[in-house]
Design a protein around this ligand. Structure first.
Ligand code: SAM
Length: 290
């Protein structure tokens, strides 16, 4: 039988928070709660309803190991193996990008417009863990979402996450380069969504070490000026202007890329587009009507 230590759950939470703060982790309380509840296979509320219970030896040892990994720089969500996105749970693994909060705003916009416009068939290009495709499938009624990625790991994880979230029949997953695997279905697709790699070489050098060391470079870094993937996707769809006329594209963009994006739009003679800000008033979404 496992022994209890002389520490309570509450004491360990406070100690863990202090340790993470000392090591300059940005949200020490939240991360301490997530790690402590993770080692107990439960949720954060459990900590507060078990505040005065003694923590077991084996759980404390496991927590120590996780705190050590975290303070050595390993991202929290690779340690936990999941992240919440749009209230849904997405399993994660190294080699696949950790979804960012900003991307929720992109998905919310797509869902809102699609409910109004009655759109039903979507494509998510560069699906990663599947957060965009699966959230659309979940929140837009009677939808079908085609998801593509060049990475085997991403494709497998999207399939797993689609099943976990009960939308495996609505999300069709294909491995391949950008729109190439979608060619047989392109006539049916009404809305294209993508959060492509958009960090350029210059910016890559100034990213946090935690990102550079642990997250997949090929999910973040874009060749040339960082606009390579936007250009490739738009130009591909414009090749057949008649077939794609009136279709929508929603991109996540970097606020630092906005001038370049506008130049690209102008060069491609796109007249109907909107740049939308995120909650912190930074340009984040590019919506194009083809
Ligand atoms: C910024 S991540 C976005 C992942 C996910 N959609 C999200 O928002 O968290 C970009 C994704 O594009 C994928 N990717 C990179 N080059 C690609 C290509 N040529 N064709 C398809 N997917 C590609 C990467 O593997 C990665 O999963």
């Amino acid at each position: 039988m496992e022994k209890n230590t002389s520490y309570t759950i509450g004491e360990i939470l406070i100690k863990s928070e202090g340790y993470l703060r000392k090591k300059r982790i940005k949200n020490p309380r939240l991360e301490a709660e997530l790690l402590l509840s993770f080692v107990h296979s439960t949720d954060r509320l459990w900590i507060y309803t078990n505040w005065f219970e003694k923590i077991r030896d084996d759980k404390l040892e496991r927590l120590r190991q996780l705190l050590l990994r975290r303070t050595k720089g390993e991202p929290l969500h690779y340690i936990l193996g999941y992240k919440e996105f749009m209230t849904l749970r997405f399993y994660l693994q190294p080699g696949v990008l950790i979804p960012r909060f900003e991307t929720e705003e992109l998905v919310e916009k797509v869902v809102e417009d699609s409910r109004k416009g009655n759109f039903r068939v979507f494509a998510d290009i560069g699906c990663g863990s599947g957060v965009i495709a699966i959230s659309i499938a979940k929140f837009v009624e009677n939808s079908t979402v085609y998801a593509t990625d060049i990475s085997d790991k991403a494709i497998k994880l999207t399939a797993e996450n689609a099943e976990v979230n009960g939308v495996e029949n609505k999300v069709k997953i294909f491995k391949g380069n950008l729109l190439e695997p979608l060619e047989p279905f392109i006539d049916q697709i009404e809305v294209f969504v993508s959060n492509p790699p958009y960090v350029n070489h210059e910016e890559w050098k100034s990213l946090d070490e935690e990102i550079v060391k642990y997250e997949p470079k090929e999910a973040l870094l874009a060749p040339e000026d960082g606009l390579f993937y936007y250009r490739a996707i738009i130009e591909n769809l414009l090749k057949n202007r008649t077939r794609n006329k009136g279709k929508l594209i929603y991109f996540e963009i970097s606020p630092t890329r906005i001038e370049g994006v506008k130049k690209l739009i102008k060069r491609l003679k796109i007249e109907r587009y909107e740049v939308l800000n995120d909650m912190s008033e930074k340009a984040r979404i590019l919506k194009i009507v083809l």
